[in-house]
Each structure stands twice: as structure tokens, then as C-alpha cells.
Design a protein. Structure first.
Length: 172
């Protein structure tokens, strides 16, 4: 079981940490999606790795078991917004880490033009200005499910004008 106060890692690190081509690809993805560090990228890669492993296990099954398991996997991924409704297990194997990163709240806020840059989108989320439906979401890595895209909104509180108070002080 383990100690409940000590959470386990949600990601797996690369097997070979110093390959130049992988480092360059990671750096490019971090800049494109406004990730804070490589752990966020590795978390998305781990999610993708588990999904693809599940799809590969389907090929070992036969008959009705395979059809049912494939329908369940496709339906779950469709609800997550990663694949289309009529996708197959082969389509699941073709997924990339970009497909996972596109469903992050930070990316969605930027793509919906609620923020000027991907970094501003992250700041708006962390500062608590982004709502998904009626819930305030403060995690840029929140996975936006299908149908939640239209519920995303930014609500920035309007500051009271301090100039009227300052004007009274200056007049005295």
C-alpha cells in the first residue's frame, strides 16, 4: 500500500537522459505548450504510454472480448477528447504526446484566444481567473474532457478605482 502522505510519482523518466535529439524535441514541446518543466511533459508521455499499452493488449484478445474491450477503450478516449468516435485500436496506436498536451486547460485557454500567449494562459489559471463551468480550476494541467471546451471562461475581477481616494488626499 504505502504511506498516504507520500505520493508516488505520476511519471516515468526517460531511460537514456542525455540523447541530444530527444532533449531538443522536449525543449521544443516545452516552449510550444508553455510547460513549467520536463516533469509535466514526462507525465503526458506516461499517460500516452499507458493508453498505447492498453491498445496493444487488445491485439492479443480475440472475438467478442476484443470487440468489447476495444469499444470501452475508444469510448473512454472519445470522452477524454483524444480520439474520434469511430476510431479503431490502430488509431489509438498512432496517438502522439501532442494529442495529450492539446487537451490541457492551459493549451485550451490559449487556443480559445482567452489569453494572448501560452504563458499568460498559465498565469490566468494559476491566479484563479479561469472557470470550467462553475468550478474554479487552478491547475494548468487539468485535462479538459469533451464538451467542457465550451464551458471554459475567464473572469477577472474589476478593481475599484483608487484614483478617487487619492484625489481626496491630494486636495486636502
Amino acid at each position: 500500500m504505502g504511506d498516504p502522505k507520500k505520493p508516488r510519482k505520476q511519471y516515468e523518466t526517460p531511460k537514456h537522459p542525455w540523447k541530444a535529439d530527444r532533449l531538443a524535441a522536449e525543449l521544443q514541446l516545452i516552449g510550444e505548450y508553455g510547460l513549467r518543466n520536463k516533469r509535466e511533459l514526462w507525465r503526458a508521455e506516461t499517460i500516452l504510454r499507458k493508453i498505447r499499452a492498453h491498445a496493444r493488449k487488445l491485439f492479443a484478445l480475440t472475438g467478442e472480448k476484443r470487440a468489447k474491450a476495444e469499444r470501452e477503450l475508444i469510448h473512454r478516449l472519445w470522452r477524454m477528447g483524444i480520439v474520434e468516435e469511430n476510431a479503431t485500436a490502430d488509431d489509438v496506436l498512432k496517438l502522439t504526446v501532442r494529442d495529450i498536451l492539446e487537451r490541457r486547460l492551459q493549451t485550451m485557454v490559449y487556443r480559445l484566444a482567452l489569453a494572448k500567449t501560452i504563458y499568460q494562459a498559465r498565469q490566468l489559471i494559476v491566479h484563479g481567473h479561469v472557470y470550467v463551468g462553475d468550478r474554479k480550476v487552478r491547475s494548468p494541467s487539468y485535462h479538459v474532457m469533451r464538451g467542457e471546451e465550451r464551458l471554459i471562461r475567464v473572469a477577472i475581477p474589476i478593481m475599484k478605482e483608487a484614483s478617487s481616494e487619492e484625489g481626496e488626499v491630494e486636495a486636502s
